[in-house]
Write a protein that binds this ligand. Structure first.
Ligand SMILES: [Zn+2]
Length: 100
């Protein structure tokens, strides 16, 4: 999907974080397996499937912050792969905050 479609997905989930990957400029939603609503854990099977199906070039990861906080949480920073973009979509404005 496009970046705009990912924003729409985030806005449609005001009580739970949504997450995904950006692979070769395509935004892909990955199921959030986390039990809590303010955290995300990507389904690894879907991650691998998406990477293999789309050319294997990971540009970055995206997820939403329904509480509107534009900053990465300590967990976001701890688990983020080095050298990849981090996109945080805040609610309710649908703004995308980019961290290199
Ligand atoms: Zn976060």
């Amino acid at each position: 999907m496009t970046r705009e479609e990912a924003i729409a997905v985030a806005l449609a989930s005001p009580n739970r974080e949504v997450c995904g990957l950006v692979i070769c400029d395509e935004w892909v939603q990955i199921t959030n397996l986390a039990k809590g609503n303010d955290v995300f854990i990507m389904d690894m099977g879907e991650v691998v499937e998406a990477m293999v199906a789309r050319g294997n070039r990971l540009d970055g990861l995206w997820h939403s912050h329904p509480d509107g906080d534009p900053d990465p949480s300590p967990a976001d920073e701890h688990h983020h792969p080095a050298g990849k973009m981090m996109y945080i979509i805040t609610l309710p404005d649908g703004e995308v905050h980019e961290y290199a």
